[in-house]
Design a protein around this ligand. Structure first.
Ligand SMILES: C[S@@+](CC[C@H](N)C(=O)[O-])C[C@H]1O[C@@H](n2cnc3c(N)ncnc32)[C@H](O)[C@@H]1O
Length: 377
């Protein structure tokens, strides 16, 4: 039997398992019971048994592998950019579906296609800037005709800045970037009463998730001034319990500047999805500002991708990681890192800074890296 036929059989048997589960869950025909309907849950039901979860994953992997086998290279290239990174044009979808544009859920949360124009400027980027790693030598700069680096530009553009903050929050409630992986990926309870500084914490969604789960922790969320202003307003108008909200404060702080004295008593510096936005020179500066503020027992918790060795994980998983790596380069000359590169970064920052532990929670795209200061001998 050919690879294509074997994959087709996998699709048939896996689909049968998923459909049987949906029928049993919803008591109706699976064609009517779509778990990801706009009013339905945003993630696979936790009640799904392991074999159904596995079948669902096999379905995704096998259908993707089939696409690889039957597509011509030009079609595949197109598919990659459409499927992986170019968000839909909401106006086109609304017209086709014959609904008002505003009726499309999530419309205001995430950047639309115009905000991702730089994806088409990769060739121009390499032609114009060669291997420069300057923050304003990117495909983004060409597409947006600006000399400003990504975050300097977005902070002057209220719509884009709000969309970026909205998308970080949006990604935190579903699947592989879910904040539960941060909550479960480290022994937060073991810290006891502790103070966490969440650098580049955006709207404070990571701190809110942790504060809700661990009543002994208090948080300072730092970000750029305009982001912090919006985050403060959002917290005030949110329905968050006062017992949680009272343990979260916001502070405008540029992480390229030394930490304020109030951070010197912090037990943890949290950096979730921050360092991949920056090349090593800048990432070292960010980390050094934390090291200078760290007391002996403090730690840095980094939540970030750890790039897999080529071929060591299923194809789709690796494709997502590599697409994100490419996106970071196109938008801001940032980079994802493999384990060796993370260790090099810590060594370059300070010889005392060491990786104590790294965990990849089940179902997460990101790993949790615990980084500490080694005891001086
Ligand atoms: C990819 S987002 C990550 C947000 C959040 N930590 C999360 O896990 O969703 C990067 C964040 O870094 C912030 N940022 C960028 N440059 C910064 C700077 N120089 N100082 C402080 N925050 C900055 C951005 O505003 C943005 O909120």
């Amino acid at each position: 039997m050919s690879d294509l036929q074997i994959l087709a059989e996998t699709v048939t048997s896996s689909a049968a398992l998923v459909v049987a589960f949906l029928n049993q869950e919803n008591g109706s025909s699976a064609s009517k019971s779509r778990p990801f309907h706009r009013t339905g849950p945003v993630d696979i039901p936790t009640s799904a048994p392991d074999d159904v979860k596995k079948a669902r994953k096999s379905l995704i992997d096998a259908t993707m592998a089939i696409q690889h086998l039957v597509m011509a290279p030009t079609e595949y290239h197109q598919q990659m950019s459409i499927q992986a990174w170019i968000p839909p044009c909401y106006q086109d979808i609304a017209q086709k579906a014959q609904v008002a544009e505003l009726a499309i859920p999530g419309r205001d949360d995430v950047p639309d296609r115009d905000s991702f124009d730089h994806l088409h400027k990769m060739v121009d980027m390499t032609e114009r800037y060669g291997s420069s790693s300057a923050k304003n030598n990117t495909a983004f700069n060409i597409a947006f005709n600006t000399d400003l680096p990504f975050y300097a530009y977005s902070s002057q553009n209220a719509t884009l800045s709000a969309q970026l903050a909205g998308s970080m929050k949006f990604f935190g409630v579903g699947g592989a970037l879910h904040l539960k992986h941060l909550v479960n990926g480290f022994d937060w309870a073991g810290l006891g009463e502790a103070k966490v500084v969440d650098i580049g914490g955006s709207q404070g969604h990571a701190s809110i998730a942790l504060a809700s789960a661990f009543p002994d922790l208090s948080f300072t969320v730092q970000d750029l001034p305009e982001v912090i202003e919006r985050a403060r307003e959002a917290l005030i108008s949110s329905a968050l319990e006062p017992a949680v909200a009272s343990r979260i404060s916001f502070k405008a702080h540029n992480f390229f500047q030394p930490q304020p004295p109030s951070s010197h008593s912090a037990d943890v510096f949290l950096a979730r999805l921050i360092l991949n936005n920056w090349h090593n020179n800048e990432a070292v500066s960010i980390l050094r500002n934390l090291v200078s503020a760290m007391k002996r027992t403090a730690k840095i918790i980094i939540m970030a991708a750890v790039l897999p060795e080529p071929g060591s994980v299923p194809l789709r998983e690796e494709a997502i990681e590599r697409c994100r790596d490419m996106f970071m380069m196109q938008a801001m000359n940032g980079t994802e890192r493999g384990l060796g590169e993370w260790k090099e970064l810590f060594g370059e920052t300070d010889r005392r800074l060491i990786l104590k532990d790294v965990t990849k929670p089940e179902g997460s795209n990101l790993s949790v890296l615990e980084v500490v200061l080694a005891k001086e001998s």
